[in-house]
Design a protein around this ligand. Structure first.
Ligand code: AMP
Length: 191
């Protein structure tokens, strides 16, 4: 398998670029945000808990997300590879993922980090919120909290992968196609 983490703050373009990566490299898309929103939509008691956390811009407990990730990986272990979008978001999740993948003789082959400044992020997320209807995309203070959670809990994940020599930083400002071409070069260097 070729397993890739698409990494970056909320609004950095992970979802948009994931779609292009999947098409070119024939990977399966695992978006923990999408899976959590689907659970929320179901209206189950778990969905209600998830809703409260997402709406406040806070992270869902590791164990809850890990269960979803494990089920997805096991189901797709005979595919070309997986693109992890929105996971791992904490160092504990990164460590857990490494152990889980190694139990099936797999690993993360590359991490692509989309670097975008805070001002641009807020602008992009508010714009996305108009179309997506996501409540966490429509309130400036919730967006700010998500960026703070990213800086404090998620950013350290890069060091975990940098130490393994798989991390590639890419300037996430520019046209979708020009960013994608830089991502492709970074992926090709890790294939
Ligand atoms: P996203 O669509 O990736 O921006 O995720 C939306 C929200 O889902 C986040 O703000 C978190 O509340 C939750 N979420 C997504 N992925 C994770 C994760 N790996 N760990 C914890 N919470 C997550």
């Amino acid at each position: 398998m070729f397993n890739l983490v698409i990494f970056g703050p909320p609004g950095s373009g992970k979802g948009t670029q994931s779609e292009k990566i999947i098409e070119k490299y024939q990977l399966k898309h695992l978006s923990t945000g999408d899976l959590l929103r689907a659970e929320k939509q179901s209206g189950s008691p778990l969905g209600k808990k998830i809703d409260a956390l997402i709406s406040g811009g806070n992270l869902v407990p590791d164990t809850m997300v890990q269960e979803m990730v494990e089920a997805f990986v096991i189901k797709n272990k005979h595919e070309n590879g997986i693109i992890f979008d929105g996971f791992p978001r904490t160092v504990a999740q990164a460590e857990w993922l490494q152990n889980m993948l190694s139990s099936i003789n797999e690993k993360i082959n590359a991490l692509v980090f989309l670097d975008v400044n805070d001002e641009e992020l807020v602008k992009r997320i508010l714009e996305r919120g108009k179309a997506s209807g996501r409540s966490d995309d429509q309130d400036a203070s919730i967006i700010q909290n998500r960026i703070e959670v990213y800086n404090s809990q998620t950013l350290p994940v890069i060091d975990f992968y940098r130490q393994q020599g798989v991390s590639e930083k890419i300037d996430g400002i520019g046209s979708i196609d020009s960013i994608f071409s830089k991502i492709s070069q970074a992926i090709d260097s890790k294939l």
